[in-house]
Design a protein around this ligand. Structure first.
Ligand SMILES: Nc1ncnc2c1ncn2[C@@H]1O[C@H](COP(=O)(O)OP(=O)(O)O)[C@@H](O)[C@H]1O
Ligand SMILES: [Mg+2]
Length: 260
């Protein structure tokens, strides 16, 4: 028995499980979550609170195109992310978007955050890994007004965190230690972590580092346990749109539904 529970509908989990007409279970945000200050702040307030950078403010599932020769791969990546957001929090694992630069990994990850924030009122945080590491290092040189704990606290405790651009920095024991602390704490607390990375498990050639080369085997294998992989194989969107108006591209396809 727990006398401390504030919401008797959800037992303070923030979700109630509903069964639809076909008998499928879905988690819906409890009314106690919808009444939170963030939920009434409007989309800009919600994205500000989640620290989503201006550059990615408009990233949604609806404006993510499955285009070009990799249309099916893109449609599948999007379908996985849409389904993940729909089913959250049925699985305590997150998603790891892997693929070359410019293929829409951050776009899809932010669209997932946005869905969780707006439809399910889940507290989320966008964390640029390079920024965080720079800020943490600045605390050593006393160039930062914030302490390490203050910088790390939201990354460790927010319900869903996006670690954007993992592996962007050369490997070092300090880097490994810092990343291990973050992912292990979140794993132990069963909090979902979304990740984007330009590095793959198998490099295309011997000169290109793998994700393991960049973040170390310990963090890499923990992430394997924590995340479903979403491989995003495509061409750099930014250089392609310079050559063509992608909204007029004929090869767009409709994302396939999972299990279809
Ligand atoms: N399939 C797509 N549909 C619409 N916009 C896209 C797509 N792929 C990439 N973009 C846009 O191209 C830019 C680069 O994508 P981004 O998600 O930052 O790539 P990555 O994280 O893989 O390096 C962003 O402005 C993003 O919105
Ligand atoms: Mg990115």
């Amino acid at each position: 028995m727990n006398d401390e529970v504030a919401c008797t509908h959800c037992g303070d989990t923030g979700f109630v499980i509903v069964v639809d007409a076909r008998g499928a279970s879905r988690a819906r945000p409890c009314a106690c979550r919808r009444a939170s200050p963030e939920a009434t702040a409007g989309i800009d307030g919600i994205l500000d609170a989640a620290r989503v950078p201006k550059r990615y403010r408009d990233c949604e599932f609806d404006n993510f195109d499955a285009w070009g020769e990799h249309a099916f791969a893109l449609a599948n990546a999007k379908a996985l992310a849409v389904r993940y957001a729909e089913e959250y929090p049925l699985s305590d694992r997150g998603l790891m978007f892997m693929g070359p630069p410019g293929v829409g990994k951050t776009h899809l990850a932010v669209a997932t955050l946005r869905r969780l924030l707006t439809v399910k009122a889940v507290p989320c945080l966008f964390c640029d890994v390079q920024d965080l590491l720079r800020q943490l290092q600045a605390t050593f040189d006393q160039k930062s007004g914030l302490t390490q704990l203050e910088l790390l606290q939201p990354v460790l405790t927010t319900e869903v965190v996006l670690l954007d651009d993992l592996g962007g920095r050369q490997f070092s024991p300090w880097l490994e230690e810092t990343l291990a602390h973050i992912v292990t704490t979140r794993y132990n607390d069963r909090k979902a972590t979304l990740v984007t990375t330009n590095y793959l498990d198998e490099a295309p050639d011997r000169r290109t580092p793998t994700l393991e080369d960049r973040i170390g085997i310990r963090v890499r294998s923990r992430l394997h346990e924590m995340c479903h992989l979403v491989l995003v194989r495509a061409t750099d969107f930014r250089s392609a749109v310079k050559r063509a108006d992608h909204h007029r591209m004929p090869e767009r396809v409709t994302p396939r539904r999972e299990g279809a």
